[in-house]
Design a protein around this ligand. Structure first.
Ligand SMILES: [Zn+2]
Ligand SMILES: [Zn+2]
Length: 294
């Protein structure tokens, strides 16, 4: 695609999203009075442009490579049988399996310090709307897209069956971030999800629940479904965050570097203590895990 073509397609996508979501945000606002150009709007625009111009192509390329590496994991005969099923059964299987993977992968991101460094960028948004949905570190995108597509790659679901599903997931991810609260019956919300559920996931408390991607069914099964009848007071994270797009891109790496330096100091000071310690390596690992992430 030429640069002109790319610029046109990015502009058209932006316009399409404004035309779909802005009227909804005005008619059914979750937080009334939120302006179109709210604080950090330009930073989120940079995330939008970064995703469309740079990262989505790179992520697709990586996933295609990754998909080929997985070709030999499941026997070809099994993959062929999977592909022979009616398309709607394949669609249900893909949704359930990838929801399962995304749910646990996402929950892990909120528990593991290394993964949280990248995922926390998404949670730094203090104002949610359709544009804030694009605030995501590219390594977080690779991780999530990998998990979403993993069952399909491993089991050999044909890509044409999934194209519509992947497009639907993309739009849905934008919808659940939009500043919208539709007056839907409770059972519909439990079945297909709603923005208010994901808004609670963005509550400043990062253990707020609602980790599922489309249907909240995994949250219901595993006990993390949360849906109060009002919006959270504040979105964001309880830790210092970058202010610019470039700052957000570099933030996870500067934190890793700082942590390594800090660990170097600590290790130098406590080497002999650790060497003489009778605590098992597993227990030591558990202590690091819990203290660095809660
Ligand atoms: Zn999250
Ligand atoms: Zn989100």
């Amino acid at each position: 695609m030429t640069w002109h073509g790319l610029a046109f397609s990015v502009g058209a996508s932006f316009l399409f999203l404004v035309l779909v979501f802005r009227p909804l945000e005005l008619a059914f606002p979750a937080k009334a009075g939120q302006r179109f150009f709210r604080p950090a709007w330009f930073t989120d625009l940079c995330f939008f442009l970064g995703q469309y111009l740079l990262w989505s192509g790179a992520v697709l390329w990586l996933l295609t490579r990754f998909g080929h590496w997985l070709d030999g994991v499941v026997p070809a005969a099994f993959r062929a049988r999977v592909a022979l099923q009616p398309w709607w059964i394949q669609a249900i299987e893909v949704v359930l399996l990838s929801d399962f993977f995304v749910y646990w992968g996402h929950r892990l991101q909120h528990r593991n310090a290394f993964l949280w460094r990248f995922h926390s960028i998404h949670h730094t948004a203090e104002h949610l709307d359709w544009l804030a949905a694009h605030r995501e570190h590219p390594i977080d995108t690779v991780y999530t897209m990998g998990l979403i597509n993993l069952p399909a790659f491993v089991l050999g679901f044909p890509l044409h069956t999934l194209a519509a599903l992947i497009a639907f997931r993309g739009i849905w991810a934008i919808y659940i971030h939009s500043n919208v609260r539709l007056p839907l019956p409770r059972f519909v919300r439990v079945l297909i999800g709603a923005p208010e559920l994901h808004h609670w996931h963005h509550d400043r408390n990062r253990d707020a629940g609602n980790y599922a991607n489309i249907s909240p069914i995994m949250d219901v099964i595993f006990g993390t479904y949360v849906c109060p009848d009002h919006e959270p007071e504040a979105f964001g994270v309880n830790e210092p965050a970058a202010k610019t797009y470039l700052g957000h891109m570099l933030r996870p790496f500067t934190l890793l570097k700082r942590r390594r330096v800090h660990h170097g100091d600590t290790e130098a000071r406590s080497d002999s203590a650790v060497a003489n310690s009778s605590v098992s390596p597993c227990l030591r690992g558990e202590q690091v895990f819990s203290s660095s992430t809660r």
